[in-house]
Design a protein around this ligand. Sequence first.
Ligand SMILES: Cc1cc2nc3c(=O)[nH]c(=O)nc-3n(C[C@H](O)[C@H](O)[C@H](O)COP(=O)(O)OP(=O)(O)OC[C@H]3O[C@@H](n4cnc5c(N)ncnc54)[C@H](O)[C@@H]3O)c2cc1C
Length: 263
Amino acid sequence: MYDFDYYKPASVAEAARLLAAGDSKLLAGGMSLIPSLKMRLNRYSALVDLGAVLDIKGIRRDGNFLVIGAMTPHAVVAASAEVRKILPAIASLAEGIGDPLVRNRGTMGGSMANADPAADYPSAILGLGATVVTHLRQIAGDDFFKGVFETALQAGEIIKEVHFPIPQKAAYTKYRQPASRFALVGVFVSKSADGVRVAVTGAAPSVFRFTAAEAALAKRFDPAALDGITIKPDDLNSDIHASAEYRAHCVVEITRRAVLAAQ
Ligand SMILES: Cc1cc2nc3c(=O)[nH]c(=O)nc-3n(C[C@H](O)[C@H](O)[C@H](O)COP(=O)(O)OP(=O)(O)OC[C@H]3O[C@@H](n4cnc5c(N)ncnc54)[C@H](O)[C@@H]3O)c2cc1C
């Protein structure tokens, strides 16, 4: 690990000011950032720890939205009575992330900013049509994830919270890579007055919407509506864990299971 300065501001404004100076980087749970520093894959002049910025940590309901602060750890989301009551699919998604250490340290904002192609939260953001609120602007969830470890965030932009619309029905189903527990394929399905959304993570370089399934499920929200629906493997990931053809098969089958779970 290279040397760096360390700051622990108490507000988003102070964090933004510290980030603007030099080659600084935000630190949340450290679950992805710290290993990359330890392996000397990255080098920063300073880390700006968001751990004391308390107003971006927590969960609340705001009208028909569930609002989760960026610094809320996965374990807090998983255990929240409010989340379990109004959007249980998010609680179960958070409960399935990594292991207890990762869930206690890792945060929603860190996971989103990191934009790992196999991370779970991105599927909920696309699968519900959520809105990402930063200290500068609001970003539609559909426009947030841009590619492998790439988002719409500008340098120094800080995620404050995410507004998830509360759907009529929703579920997240993940087929895990057994060693890492990341999604080989994960599917978030929701049904609301605006229609059906199906978002897939783990299968491609970035989370994406499975529009053929959305169209079929909009007519009939039932696993049988997916009979005959396929997805081309051309743009899907192929690696030591699974071929693109196998992932294509899983995308349809995991979608079927997610729809069943959402009934
Ligand atoms: C062993 C292991 C297993 C895991 N399994 C899973 C899994 O099954 N599913 C899954 O989804 N994830 C998994 N993860 C990832 C985990 O969910 C972490 O949440 C994720 O690594 C990053 O969150 P963090 O809070 O630790 O962020 P950090 O590592 O602190 O930061 C990550 C990046 O986000 C930036 N950042 C942090 N907060 C903000 C903010 N508020 N605004 C803007 N940028 C910000 C940082 O600058 C950095 O670039 C796993 C991680 C490990 C180590």
